[in-house]
Design a protein around this ligand. Structure first.
Ligand code: MIC
Ligand code: SF4
Length: 646
C-alpha cells in the first residue's frame, strides 16, 4: 500500500523534510502557513522573539485576536498591542479584534488547498474543510515553524470516512461529526488523520466540511481533511480567491488503515450531553429537557450558512421568555452580510442578544449560564466548568436544534418548527480585507510594545540525574486542559503573565494546588487515560512546570499535551492500571539514573519508599524528544541553534 495514495499522504509526502512515511515513525514536515490567536499567541511571539530571528520564514503567518476581547482591565488591550506590534516587526499578517474567529477568518481569507497549516489552537484542522493539512500544536511548535523549522509528528494512520447518501431535512454537518464522536469516542482519533471521501462529499459545502473537520479535534485526531474539488473552487471563487484553488483527492485504489462508512441519510439530529463531546444521543431521546440558555456561534458553527439558517428560522418567531439566546457571529464578513441582507434584524426582532464577533462564551468569556442551568450550544466542547458555571449542564448541538430549543424552551426535534428551509451558498461573499493589516516589507523600524502584564519567559534548568517528587494529585481519565488550567474571563487575561496564571493551576479540581506545590522541591501528577485532552494551550504544561511539576505519570496522554510537556521539560511517564492503583496522593517518589534512562532507555525505575514498592514506568520517546527532555525543554535545545543560524 502506498502511503502517498491518500489525500493526506500526498500532502505529507510533498512536505516531507525528515524521516519516512511509515505509521508510527517520526517525520519532520515543512509548514507553509501558521496561525496564532491572542490567548496562545502572546507566548508564541515571546518564544519567537527569544530565537533572535528577524522575520518569519513561512509562506504566510497570521496573528488573530479573537479570544481575549473582553477588556475588564488593561491586560487584554495591552496584549492586543503587543501582538499587533510583533506582527509588524516580524512579518506577520494581523487580524484585528472584531474581525472574527481565527479559523473562520482563515478559511475566508488565507486557506490554500494542498498547503500545510500549523496553528496554536486545537481547532486549526478547520482548514481541512478547504483541503489543507491543518494541524493544531503547542505555541512553541508554531514559533519554531515560523522560524522555518520542520514540525515533527508521528506518521499518522489514515482513516477513511466514506460518505454516502444525502442528509435529510433538519440534519446538518454537526450531526455528522457528533455521530462519529458517538461511534469513536474522544480517544478514537488518536494518532490518526480522518480523511473524508466517497460519493457524498460533493453534497457538502466548504463550511459544512469545516464544521466536521473542526470538531474532529474532539476525536483526538491529528487532523481531518476533505478533498479539494469543484465545491472548494466555488467557495474560493466566491471569496475572490479562485486563483489559489488546486484540485486534490485520494488516488484511485488508495488503501486505508481503517474505513468507516456513513450513510448520511440515516442520520438524525443529535446532541452531545454533559459533559463530554462524545456523550451523544438523538435529540428525540432528550425531548422535553428544559433549557435556560442557548448560545450560537464558535469556530464550529458560526458561518454565513449557519447564521443565515438561524435567522431564517427565527424570522417572525420570538425567543422563549425563559431562555436567553446569545449569538456570536464567526467573522465580520458573516455579520456584515447578515446585516446587509436583513437577517440581523430578524435575529434582533426575535430577541437574540447579539454578541461581539469572537469566541466569547465558547471559552467562558462572558455568558455563563445560571447555576444548575441547562445551556444548549453550537460549540465543540462541553467540559465541566468551561462555560463559567461549574454546575451548569451544557449540551452541544447544531444550529437547527439550538433554534428549536431557543423557541420552545426545551430540547426538541427541529421538525417542530415546520418545514426545513433551504439555504443556498452565495455566489459572492462580501469580501473586505480592511481589518487585516499586512506586514511592512521590513519590520526593522518597528518596536514591540510590551505592557506591564507581559512577563518574560522563565529559564528552565536541564533535567537532573535524579528526582525526588511528591505526588500531589491523582486524577481520573480524560482530564482536559480546561481542568488543568481553566479559561474564562478571570484567567485568560493572564496568559502572558506566567507567575500570575500559575496561581490557577488545577484550581477547579484542587483549590490551593499552587500553594501546596510551593512547599515542595518538585512535584508529580498521576492521571488516567488520555491525560490533557482538549485545547492546545501550552500554559497547561508550562504553568505546572513553573510550579515545580517535573513528571506526569498517566495511562496515556493526549498528543498535544504530551508534546507541550516535552517542550517544557516535563517527563511523560506511562504506567499500567496496576501501578496507577498502587500509588496515591502524598506519596514520595524517587527516580534515579534519569540521564541514562532518558537518553536511551525505555523505562525509569520509580521507588515509592513510604509504600515500600518500586515499579518501572515506561518512556516512549523519539530520539529528538529525549534530547529536548535532557536539555530541560525545547527552547534550551533548539532556540539557540536557530539564532546561531540566523
Ligand atoms: C479552546 O477552544 O479551548 C481554545 C481556547 O481555543 C484553546 C486555545 C487556548 O486555550 O488558548 C484551543 O482549543 O487550543
Ligand atoms: Fe475559540 Fe471556541 Fe473555537 Fe476555541 S473552540 S477557537 S475558544 S471558538
Amino acid at each position: 500500500m502506498a502511503y502517498e495514495d491518500h489525500l493526506a499522504g500526498q500532502i505529507l509526502a510533498a512536505h516531507l523534510e525528515e524521516g519516512s512515511l511509515e505509521p508510527g515513525r517520526e517525520i519532520g514536515i515543512c509548514i507553509d502557513q501558521t496561525l496564532t490567536q491572542d490567548a496562545t499567541g502572546t507566548l508564541v511571539y515571546l518564544e519567537f522573539m527569544s530565537m533572535g530571528i528577524p522575520r518569519v520564514r513561512t509562506k504566510r503567518s497570521v496573528s488573530y485576536v479573537d479570544h481575549n476581547t473582553l477588556q475588564t482591565g488593561f491586560e487584554n488591550a495591552d496584549d492586543h498591542l503587543f501582538l499587533q506590534s510583533a506582527a509588524a516587526r516580524y512579518g506577520v499578517y494581523f487580524s484585528r479584534p472584531g474581525n472574527g474567529i481565527c479559523h473562520q477568518v482563515h478559511l475566508e481569507h488565507f486557506g490554500v488547498p494542498g498547503q500545510t497549516l500549523l496553528g496554536s489552537d486545537s481547532h486549526t484542522p478547520t482548514g481541512g474543510g478547504l483541503g489543507m493539512l491543518a494541524i493544531g500544536a503547542g505555541g512553541m511548535d508554531v514559533a519554531l515553524a515560523m522560524a522555518g523549522a520542520p514540525f515533527y509528528m508521528m506518521t499518522p494512520e489514515v482513516m477513511l470516512v466514506r460518505l454516502t447518501g444525502g442528509l435529510r431535512p433538519w440534519v446538518g454537518a454537526k450531526d455528522v461529526i457528533l455521530y462519529l464522536l458517538e461511534r469513536l469516542k474522544v480517544k478514537g482519533g488518536l494518532g490518526k488523520i480522518m480523511e473524508y471521501g466517497g460519493p457524498s462529499v460533493k453534497t457538502l459545502g466548504v463550511q459544512e466540511r469545516a464544521t466536521i473537520a473542526n470538531m474532529g479535534a474532539e476525536l483526538g485526531a491529528w487532523s481531518s481533511i476533505f478533498p479539494s474539488d469543484e465545491v472548494t473552487r466555488r467557495f474560493l471563487t466566491a471569496q475572490g480567491r479562485g486563483s489559489v484553488w488546486v484540485p486534490i483527492s485520494a488516488r484511485g485504489g488508495a488503501e486505508y488503515n481503517d474505513v468507516i462508512e456513513i450513510d448520511l441519510s440515516s442520520l438524525e439530529p443529535l446532541v452531545a450531553c454533559p459533559s463530554s463531546p462524545d456523550a451523544v444521543k438523538p435529540v428525540e431521546e432528550l425531548s422535553g429537557v428544559k433549557v435556560d440558555q442557548v448560545a450560537i456561534g464558535s469556530c464550529t458553527n458560526s458561518s454565513y450558512r449557519d447564521l443565515k439558517l438561524v435567522a431564517r428560522l427565527l424570522r417572525g418567531r420570538r425567543v422563549n421568555p425563559e431562555v436567553s439566546l446569545v449569538i456570536s457571529p464567526g467573522s465580520r464578513q458573516v455579520l456584515s452580510m447578515l446585516a446587509k441582507e436583513g437577517d440581523l434584524a430578524d435575529l434582533i426582532d426575535a430577541g437574540a442578544r447579539i454578541l461581539e464577533v469572537a469566541c466569547g462564551p465558547c471559552i467562558g468569556m462572558g455568558q455563563a449560564p445560571p447555576s444548575g442551568g441547562v445551556s444548549v450550544r453550537t460549540f465543540n466542547r462541553n467540559f465541566k466548568g468551561r462555560s463559567g458555571t461549574r454546575d451548569a449542564r451544557v449540551y452541544l448541538a447544531g444550529p437547527q436544534v439550538a433554534v428549536a430549543a431557543a423557541v420552545t424552551g426545551r430540547l426538541a426535534h427541529p421538525g417542530e418548527l415546520g418545514p426545513a428551509p433551504n439555504i443556498a451558498e452565495p455566489e459572492k461573499f462580501l469580501v473586505d480585507d480592511s481589518m487585516i493589516i499586512a506586514p511592512p516589507d521590513s519590520g526593522k523600524e518597528y518596536s514591540v510594545r510590551m505592557g506591564p502584564n507581559i512577563m518574560p519567559l522563565p529559564e528552565l534548568e536541564a533535567l537532573p540525574d535524579s528526582l525526588r517528587v511528591r505526588l500531589l494529585l491523582k486524577l481520573g481519565d480524560n482530564i482536559t486542559t480546561d481542568d488543568i488550567l481553566p479559561g474564562g474571563a478571570r484567567v485568560l487575561p493572564l496568559r502572558s503573565n506566567l507567575p500570575a496564571i500559575s496561581r490557577y493551576v488545577y484550581e477547579l479540581m484542587s483549590p490551593g494546588f499552587a500553594d501546596e506545590a510551593a512547599k515542595e522541591d518538585a512535584v508529580a501528577i498521576l492521571g488516567g487515560e488520555n491525560y490533557g485532552q482538549g485545547s492546545s494551550r501550552e500554559h497547561a504544561a508550562l504553568a505546572p512546570r513553573y510550579l515545580g511539576t517535573r513528571a506526569v505519570l498517566a495511562k496515556s496522554f493526549s498528543r498535544l499535551y504530551r508534546a507541550n510537556m516535552i517542550n517544557f521539560g516535563i517527563l511523560p511517564i506511562l504506567v499500567t492500571d496496576k501501578e496507577y492503583q498502587q500509588v496515591g496522593e502524598g506519596d514520595d517518589m524517587e527516580i534515579a539514573d534519569l540521564h541514562r534512562a532518558v537518553a536511551e532507555g525505555d523505562k525509569v525505575i520509580i521507588k515509592v519508599p513510604n509504600k515500600g514498592i518500586e515499579f518501572a514506568g515506561r518512556l516512549e520517546l523519539s530520539i529528538r524528544e529525549r534530547q529536548i527532555l535532557l536539555a530541560g525543554g525545547r527552547l534550551n535545545f533548539e532556540g539557540q541553534n536557530l539564532a546561531g543560524e540566523a
